[in-house]
Design a protein around this ligand. Structure first.
Ligand SMILES: [Mn+2]
Length: 374
């Protein structure tokens, strides 16, 4: 059986205020190209469909469209919720979708969600383990005086429960949204609250393949068959050096796994450029999403940089804090530059976002009132 494993779509996500919907549409169209090429027997999406519990309408519309396309292709599609999803909202319509071979598991159940698919060699059992707070497991399965559960305890409990419905000699796949010890994190993942997020990979040891979501860098943990598919797009600048992909997972008659990563090419890459203003202005013009790291203190650089980088999303300053230049007032305060401009640059340096016109107007008012008082 051939599976396409993807995760962490984060539909509706913005990057430094930039709406990424067009990028997400583009990359999901590419996903359908991969499906046409590879002809998988099923699709797995391991959580974080949306970026937030209440996603923007256009993100819901996009997901609706994607589900229809999976249904048209008659592709069994196995989906769990992640920590960014609202379990209840993602659950909407899920019972109806089953008739179209779309399985969404977002809630913990006394009988954990299971899907059985068949290939020429027999059945393969899929356990769908949605993201949950350990307190939910305690409330549902333990009495109130029981000790607080860690993420590891709660997941071990629920995975063991799921295993009870899988015959010993059958091939099996777990789909989960957890942080496994040893994983490499990125900035765009939201940490789980409620104690240590760490889960030991060992709890999944009986499965032939573990299709994970949560970590945005594609990576395997301890073995080829325990794998994070990673997000299809770079969702923070610290992911600039990631290579995003989807995983094509083949399970043979004995349950042995072969994984091939298929690289995804975004509409616009996410890049960090570094140098002084002169060096950066000599770069080749690019449509990519850019974070400019300036190695010297200059002001009002955004407009200049946008000639070369029309999709400049962030300007940072990157030089030693005790740089003697900072003390050199001559160089910092120049004639013809208003205090408002200095503040605007300071705001940008501190927050990595540009001062919007509303705040700028407010600050302008405040400064002129100060001047009057003086
Ligand atoms: Mn995620």
């Amino acid at each position: 059986m051939k599976l396409l494993h993807t995760a962490d779509w984060h539909l509706g996500k913005t990057l430094k205020g930039q709406n990424l919907l067009d990028d997400q549409i583009f990359i999901l169209n590419q996903l359908f190209d991969v499906i046409s090429d590879q002809n998988p027997d099923a699709i797995i999406i391991s959580g974080d469909i949306y970026d937030r519990g209440i996603p923007p309408a256009e993100a819901v519309e996009l997901f609706d469209d994607i589900l229809n396309r999976f249904a048209e292709k008659k592709l069994p599609t196995l989906i769990i919720s992640g920590n960014h999803d609202s379990a209840t909202r993602l659950n909407f319509g899920s019972k109806l979708f089953r008739s179209k071979n779309i399985f969404i598991a977002s809630k913990i159940e006394v009988k954990p969600a299971q899907v059985v698919l068949e290939d020429n060699f027999g059945e393969i059992y899929f356990s769908l383990i949605p993201f949950f707070d350990p307190a939910e497991i305690k409330a549902k399965f333990f009495d109130e005086n029981a000790e607080r559960l860690t993420f590891n305890d709660a997941n071990k409990f629920y995975v063991d429960l799921a295993r009870e419905n899988i015959p010993e000699n059958k091939r099996s796949v777990a789909i989960a949204h957890v942080f496994l010890t040893g994983g490499i994190e990125s900035e765009s993942e939201r940490k789980f609250v409620g104690g240590s997020a760490n889960v030991n990979a060992q709890i999944f040891s009986k499965f032939n393949y573990v299709a994970l979501g949560h970590l945005h860098r594609p990576q395997k943990i301890s073995s080829e068959c325990i794998r994070y598919a990673g997000s299809p797009l770079k969702y923070s600048f610290d992911e600039a050096n990631h290579k995003k992909s989807v995983s094509i997972v083949e399970i043979d008659d004995l349950g042995a796994i072969n994984v091939e990563k298929i690289d995804l090419k975004p509409r616009r890459d996410v890049k960090i450029v570094k140098g002084n203003i002169y060096q950066l202005m000599q770069s080749e013009k690019t449509e990519d999403y850019i974070c400019a790291r300036l190695t010297e203190r200059v002001i009002n650089v955004q407009d200049k940089l946008r000639y070369i980088f029309p999709h400049l999303l962030s300007v940072e300053f990157d030089f030693p804090k005790n740089d003697s230049k900072i003390d050199d007032e001559e160089k910092i305060f120049r004639e013809g530059v208003s205090i408002l401009d200095y503040f605007s640059d300071f705001y940008q340096a501190q927050t990595h976002e540009s001062l919007n016109s509303e705040y700028r107007a407010e600050m302008g008012k405040f400064l002129s009132e100060m001047e009057k008082e003086e």
